[in-house]
Design a protein around this ligand. Structure first.
Ligand code: C2O
Ligand code: CU
Ligand code: CU
Length: 529
């Protein structure tokens, strides 16, 4: 019996009293440290590393380590500018294949970390590409064939922050500074054993539903706390979890009411203007940049970023064959039941808990203000665009659920979707009723969400327009959550000036789904070649 979970009561995120660990704020170096990529190529080494997270014990992580001028970064937060020539080399010191995928970035497919371009143990690879994207919060992670879920869970992921003129202007107007009042928050859930090491041992159920953890980490700090001043904060959220979906809200502690906040960016770009909300769903792979206004707070007041309860909509067994695991909402609570002590709590999908506690520490001047206009986000031109239907469904065989895209499971040398260079396409992504929410991610190109149809009430209730879109649907996207029974229409413009035929992936960003084949290759071909 390998899985003896020591669920530390002190890390239980449902107990606000536990939120005493000082949040790791990305600084000059260290874990997620800010790394100026314009100062020359980064020499990354993928390797095992013991790192103290909060427990005083070393946790076994897999990291991208880079050293420069005597300083060491682990999973550096790359800072780049649009148009800049980015370059990083990877040396693989793991005992298995790995790659780096630059999530959300438009680049030549050979630089995209496709599993077909795996880097063998002991080998290296040089990634080099001009940064073509708009300013925004992107990220990078390993994409090994069949090993993405475990390798990302063990740590191989970091942020990639792109700056452009709009970003400079907006942060100038807000008066926020990266690493001080503009804070990256990488949210992940993990399980630890008694020694403080990470446990990744998905059973059959977790392999089909996604592996979730009992402990919520922000920038690798479990049950974190952050001291803040009475001002505006920009929070760059990344859901870097393997499978967990969050419904994020802020509340003053001791006060039931949710605080309003603004969404200013989603995945790869600023919105046209700030949108006020009280909650957003954030699925694995997605980013949302939020503005939190604490100018009205008093010193000593406390607030929390929390996960609201929601219906996780695991509807895959609702009709037909039942696996007898007690209904749709309970797999989070049942998945590991046999392996765990009966009294070990499990953090179920859609359960309420806290993510980050904030304590208002000092009264400060707020110089900046929220601009009315953030950037220009032209609406998608879909005139003459072809429509492609993409279906998401489940097939259950011998008690094992497999997730399919257009009825297919991943085949490394098949290209079920071929698009013409320069074409605009509308992809109509339909998720089966008997399914679960799937965050669908497109490599290589960004997309616009055109419409959500037949959304569940917990999503439709937060729609901001007639098309059923939510605030986080309004910018340029690369990862789009599609709920059971829902149809989401996205527009993609496949223009590029890269050389030759391009091969990218389209997959579910629940990493266990991706590894189990909920992924397809697509090809962009040049009709003139
Ligand atoms: Cu962030 Cu192919 O994924
Ligand atoms: Cu990606
Ligand atoms: Cu999925």
């Amino acid at each position: 019996m390998e899985a003896s979970y020591a669920y530390h009561d002190s890390l239980d995120p449902t107990n606000l009293g536990n939120f005493k660990n000082r949040l790791n704020v990305p600084g000059r170096d260290g874990l997620f440290g800010l790394f100026d990529a314009s100062a020359g190529p980064a020499e990354l080494v993928a390797r095992k590393e013991g790192v103290q997270l909060a427990s005083g014990k070393d946790t076994n992580l897999l990291v991208y380590r880079v050293e420069r001028e005597g300083r060491v970064w682990l999973n550096p937060t790359f800072l780049v500018k649009t148009g800049y020539a980015f370059s990083a080399s990877l040396t693989n010191e793991l005992d298995e294949d790995t790659t780096i995928h630059w999530h959300g970035l438009h680049l030549h497919w050979r630089m995209d970390g496709h599993p077909l371009r795996a880097v063998r143990p002991g080998a290296g690879y040089r990634y080099a590409f001009p940064v073509a994207n708009r300013g925004g919060t992107y990220w990078y992670h390993t994409h090994g064939h069949g090993s993405t879920a475990r390798q990302v869970y063990m740590g191989l992921a970091g942020l990639f922050i792109v700056e452009d003129d709009d970003e400079r202007r907006v942060n100038g107007a807000l008066g926020v500074e990266l690493g001080e009042t503009d804070l990256p928050l990488v949210i992940q859930d993990k399980n630890f054993d008694a020694k403080g090491n990470l446990v990744y041992d998905p059973d059959e159920m977790a392999r089909s539903m996604g592996y979730t953890g009992n402990v919520i980490l922000v920038n690798t700090t479990p049950t974190p706390c952050l001291e803040v001043g009475t001002r505006l904060y920009r929070l760059r959220l990344l859901n870097g979890s393997n499978a967990r979906l969050y419904r994020l809200a802020f509340a003053k502690i001791g006060d039931g009411e949710l605080l309003p906040y603004r969404v200013i960016a989603a995945d790869g770009s600023l919105l046209d203007r700030p949108r006020q909300v009280r909650e957003v769903f954030l699925s694995p792979g997605e980013r949302a940049d939020l503005l939190l206004d604490l100018t009205g707070f008093e010193v000593g007041e406390e607030l929390a970023l929390q996960n609201l309860s929601f219906d996780p909509m695991h509807r895959e067994h609702e009709m037909g064959e039942s696996m007898g695991h007690g209904g749709h909402a309970s797999h989070g609570g049942m998945g590991h039941a046999e392996e765990m002590d009966a009294d070990t709590p499990r953090l179920g999908d859609g359960q309420e808990f806290y993510v980050l506690k904030m304590v208002v520490k000092n009264r400060v001047a707020q110089d900046g203000s929220v601009p009315d206009v953030l950037s220009t986000v032209p609406s998608a031109d879909v005139c003459g665009a072809g429509v492609r239907t993409v279906t998401l469904s489940a097939a259950t065989e011998a008690g094992q659920t497999r997730w399919l895209i257009n009825g297919l499971s991943y085949e490394p040398d098949e290209y079920p979707i071929v698009v013409q260079k320069g074409a605009t396409e509308v992809w109509e992504i339909r998720n089966d009723e008997r399914s679960m929410p799937h965050p669908m991610h497109l490599h290589g190109f960004r997309c616009r969400v055109l419409e959500r149809r037949n959304s569940p009430r917990q999503v439709g209730g937060t729609a901001v327009d007639e098309q059923g879109r939510t605030a986080t649907d309004l910018g340029w996207k690369d990862t789009v959550l599609v709920w059971p029974g829902e149809t989401v229409r996205i527009a993609i413009q496949f223009s590029h000036d890269l050389d030759g035929e391009q091969i990218y992936l389209f997959h579910c960003h629940i990493l266990e789904h991706e590894d189990a084949g909920m992924m397809i290759n697509y090809k962009v071909v040049d009709p003139r070649e």
